[in-house]
Design a protein around this ligand. Structure first.
Ligand SMILES: [Zn+2]
Length: 149
């Protein structure tokens, strides 16, 4: 089990995640459930939600496909003013926007030393019993970097 320093720990798994949805499932499973995307059947464009029509070609047929879970940090925020009592107990924490290699952008948690432009891999982390999408820096060969602890 790996941890994001001071806050998040890995990972249960379960059924596939809809993009942006917290993971569910038995805590004993260590593998990341796939992050499911919608892929336009006509042009292959990916979307993180279930669109009515493809923004690229207007197609209305989509396939559910698993994202690789790799992407690049496009923005980061250190949160000091949390939205509710649960999250206030965990400030500060870092949220990132990650553009997946497939194109959609997802928000998730990350360690405080993550930077814009870092290559990252998705994982599931647990914060006080809640499962959250988390991103960890990975080297260019694509293998995740073990979290510092
Ligand atoms: Zn399309």
């Amino acid at each position: 089990m790996t941890t994001i320093p001071g806050k998040l720990s890995d990972p249960p798994a379960g059924r596939p995640l809809t993009a942006g949805e917290p993971a569910r499932g038995p805590a004993a499973q260590a593998a990341l459930p796939p992050i499911m995307l919608s892929r336009c059947s006509a042009c292959g464009h990916h979307a993180s939600l279930s669109p009515a029509a493809c923004v690229r070609c207007g197609g209305q047929m989509f396939d559910a496909v698993a994202a690789r879970g790799h992407g690049t940090v496009r923005a980061r925020s250190e949160v000091w003013r949390a939205p509710d009592a649960f999250w206030r107990a965990h400030v500060p924490y870092t949220l990132v926007l990650v553009r997946l290699d497939e194109g959609p952008v997802l928000m998730g948690h990350a360690s405080g030393d993550i930077a814009i432009g870092d290559p990252v891999s998705a994982s599931v982390a647990t914060l006080a019993g809640r499962q959250v999408l988390a991103f960890r820096r990975h080297p260019p060969d694509g293998s995740p970097t073990p979290a510092a602890d």
